[in-house]
Design a protein around this ligand. Structure first.
Ligand SMILES: *Cc1c(COP(=O)(O)O)cnc(C)c1O
Length: 409
């Protein structure tokens, strides 16, 4: 029997017709926070239960081999590689983004001995700034933190490494990976990209840009679950020359020799440190399968359709209430979330949450709405704008309950 395939407006098969159904969406919830914590893929419920009951409970220590726990960092990494334009062997999934950033920034500065400066974006995600500062302290380097637009003019023969986020976490602005990478190389520096708001939302091509290092999160658009392992990328041409600072036994060439001397594994595997969190990593790996069969161009097109529709509706319906679009209007510069600014943004987000519309708030007045191409829809975009409009008309944001500040938003 022929199965009728859903077709998009352009006549091409619609790969997204069934991807939304593969996620658990709580009743009544409209979710626009996939850039912070992705929805749960339904399949991981049974998968996690199997890993716990069969692999851990029954298989016990044998599962390191029989369930192939050993190679999970490499296998999950290979799945992420396709989404970021890397070779499967150049990516491993492990540790947190912050820890991975430390490992790769140290490796980068060690590959450029004698150079005394790290250049970074002054508006980067704070953890990136903290880590870069500590690397500089340890190695006696100077950090030049400037707005992204001024990074290139600060490149010179003293710069060891440039650390930059591809998609800005507040504005969703995309920085030109090719231009920044080439400019860094012209100055003789290496570049480290943070892809936390990229992978799964915005395609990129690390290999085509000749990027040196990258890190990113597993729990945002990759839907790996809260605190999911992160990943890191090291260009093949550098990997065997790298000395990463967290040399643990899982990055050893032969961990089960229990040798007193450290001998790093070949390639990116040397960036592993200690025993990985098998359950979390296995869940991430299974969640990544949801990207199977989704062409990256289609992912990008879908993301742009959602963010474009949102911006158009905001201009038409919400600008009169004082909302300002704080994300780039040019499609080529816009990631997969859109930020709005409004003086009452905090209260509006709380009022939205009470109606089960979930986005998030970033200081001082950014309202962020993530549009995950695998599960968000055009209908939801319209409902979101209508809800904000209604909250403004009723001055719902002004209720005392919605003005109460909490630590997490
Ligand atoms: C989310 C995010 C992080 C988070 O790092 P963790 O170590 O996972 O807490 C780091 N950098 C950027 C740019 C992010 O967006």
């Amino acid at each position: 029997m022929m199965v009728q395939q859903a077709v998009s407006a352009t006549g091409a098969p619609d790969v997204f017709a069934s991807t939304r159904e593969r996620f658990l969406i709580p009743d009544g919830v409209r979710y626009f926070d996939g850039n912070s914590l992705g929805l749960m893929p339904r399949v991981v419920q049974l998968h996690a239960s199997n890993v716990i009951t069969h692999e851990w409970g029954l298989g016990l220590i044998h599962s390191w081999h029989e369930a192939e726990w050993r190679t999970l960092p490499q296998r999950a990494g290979a799945k992420i590689a396709r989404l970021i334009g890397a070779k499967p062997t150049e990516v491993v999934a492990c540790d947190s983004t912050s820890v991975n950033l430390f490992k790769v920034v140290v490796s980068a500065v060690r590959l450029r001995p004698g150079r005394k400066t790290i250049v970074t974006d002054a508006d980067a995600f704070p953890t990136d700034l903290y880590i870069v500062d500590q690397v500089a302290k340890l190695f006696g380097l100077t950090v030049v933190a400037v707005p992204a637009a001024r990074i290139i003019e600060n490149l010179n023969a003293d710069v060891a490494a440039v650390v930059l986020t591809h998609v800005d976490y507040r504005s969703a602005e995309i920085y030109d990976m090719h231009a920044f990478t080439q400019a860094s190389h012209r100055a003789g520096a290496l570049i480290v990209w943070d892809l936390s708001h990229t992978a799964g939302g915005v395609p990129c091509d690390l290999n085509a840009c000749e990027a040196d290092f990258a890190v990113g999160c597993g729990y945002k658009y990759l839907n790996g679950g809260p605190g999911a392992p992160a990943y890191l990328y090291v260009a093949e041409r550098h990997a065997n020359d790298c000395e990463q600072p967290l040399a643990g036994w899982f990055g050893h060439a032969r961990p089960f020799d229990f040798a007193p001397d450290y001998r790093p594994a070949e390639g990116t595997s040397r960036f592993l440190c200690g025993t990985h969190p098998v359950i979390g990593l296995s869940v991430l790996s299974r969640a990544l399968d949801l990207f199977d069969g989704v062409p990256l161009e289609a992912l990008r097109e879908r993301s742009l359709q959602l963010t474009q529709r949102f911006i158009e509706r905001v201009d038409a319906q919400l600008a009169p209430h004082g909302f300002v679009v704080a994300s780039p209007r040019a499609a080529s510069l816009r990631g997969s979330h859109v930020s709005l600014r409004h003086p009452e943004g905090y209260g509006v987000m709380q009022a939205l949450a009470a109606r089960k519309f979930i986005g998030d708030f970033r200081m001082p007045d950014y309202m962020r709405f993530g549009f995950a191409p695998l599960y968000n829809t055009q209908e939801e975009v319209a409902e979101l704008v209508d809800a904000i409009d209604d909250i403004m008309r009723r001055r719902e944001w002004d209720k005392p309950a919605f003005q109460q500040r909490r630590d997490f938003t």
